[in-house]
Design a protein around this ligand. Structure first.
Ligand SMILES: CCCCC/C=C\C/C=C\C=C\CC(=O)SCCNC(=O)CCNC(=O)[C@H](O)C(C)(C)COP(=O)(O)OP(=O)(O)OC[C@H]1O[C@@H](n2cnc3c(N)ncnc32)[C@H](O)[C@@H]1OP(=O)(O)O
Length: 304
């Protein structure tokens, strides 16, 4: 099943690229099979998410549910990317709110177990899925809002930064940021570019080198998130925020989004294979594997 999902994800890259620049809502009809919410729900045998599309508003809510911490494994990444693609193909869908169904955690980022003790082939496959998820979200025609209802380190922060707008629960126990250097690893250039596009060069330089995780209040100050609200108001605020984006004609908003993001997207597209081989050779180094081992042990010790 997972292999079939991944194959489908690979085939769909061209559809995404075709759909990105300059298409209007009226032109989406040529895509195959529109998704239905029920099909979406049944799509994943592992039930790692629910996607509910309200046909009266055109807003879908994607709730990530991969316990214990929504870490982004190869299969989970693939399911997220395919779910977004199905929404893209659905004429009735104009926007998606991404949130977590788990308490206190939006996403713990990339699944460290996918990067530790794995073969180079598997690491490469994993990294392609990370790229694919990023490409799909960053180039989405939909209005994307992250409703960040828990901690969101590293890849979790990246996922939220691919969205058009971020609303975070105002809870000082939560944190968000690209903390890769704290694990002894390096955020690749397109993580860095997404961060720079979100918070600006100087702030990104400090945040990335120090691997900073920000409280919601500090994340608001640096522009990593756009709004803070009490947790219980998160999804309702996200759907309200969506109304402002829906008030703009889709084609104008989409072309503008494309103009803003295309250079960053093209940079990865033109270096995709090199980026995969850089990742594989970096992550499989003995020294990096040792850092990851230590980090995993510390995570487990923290609990004991
Ligand atoms: C020069 C060329 C460069 C090329 C590019 C090269 C490299 C780039 C490479 C990688 C980029 C990676 C980006 C990432 O996303 S790395 C992941 C970073 N994530 C983290 O650091 C988060 C770690 N987790 C936490 O801080 C906490 O778990 C969290 C705050 C999320 C939740 O805390 P809580 O107390 O509720 O839960 P825990 O008890 O800590 O965890 C429960 C359980 O889950 C396991 N776990 C947590 N996070 C992860 C994870 N990201 N992956 C896998 N597993 C995770 C944790 O170990 C516990 O497991 P167990 O003890 O119950 O077995």
């Amino acid at each position: 099943m997972a292999t079939a999902l991944r194959r489908l994800a690979k085939c769909s890259v061209s559809a995404r690229l075709l759909s990105f620049a300059g298409h209007s809502r009226g032109r989406r009809g040529h895509f195959a099979r529109p998704c239905t919410v029920v099909a979406q729900r049944n799509f994943s045998s592992a039930s790692t998410m629910t996607v509910d599309l309200d046909s009266s508003t055109g807003i879908a809510v994607m709730k990530l549910h991969s316990p214990p911490v929504n870490s982004l494994s190869l299969d989970f990444l693939t399911e997220i990317a395919i779910s977004l693609e199905k929404l893209e193909m659905n004429k009735g869908c104009r926007g998606v709110v991404v949130t977590s169904a788990l308490p206190k955690i939006f996403s713990a980022g990339l699944d460290i177990l996918e990067m530790y003790g794995k073969s180079p082939e598997r690491c490469g496959e994993f990294w392609r899925a990370v790229q694919e998820m990023w490409l799909k979200f960053y180039s989405s025609r939909l209005v994307t809002v992250a409703a960040i209802n828990g901690s969101s380190p590293a890849g979790g922060c990246l996922l939220s930064m691919t969205c058009d707008y971020r609303i975070m629960a105002d809870n000082p126990r939560y944190s968000i940021g690209l903390n890769e250097t704290q694990l002894g690893i390096v955020a690749p250039f397109w993580f860095k570019d997404t961060m720079v596009n979100t918070v600006g060069h100087r702030t990104a330089e400090i945040a990335l080198q120090l691997g900073l995780l920000y409280s919601p209040q500090d994340a608001l100050k640096i522009g990593m998130v756009d709004e803070l609200v009490p947790e219980e108001k998160l999804v309702s605020t996200a759907t309200e925020a969506m109304a402002r984006w829906f008030a703009i004609p889709d084609h104008a908003r989409q072309i503008t989004k494309s103009a803003m993001r295309k250079p960053t997207i093209d940079k990865l597209l033109s270096a995709r294979e090199t980026d995969i081989s850089n990742f594989v050779s970096f992550i499989t180094k003995d020294s990096i594997q040792k850092s990851l081992k230590l980090y995993l042990e510390n995570l487990r010790k923290k609990k004991a």
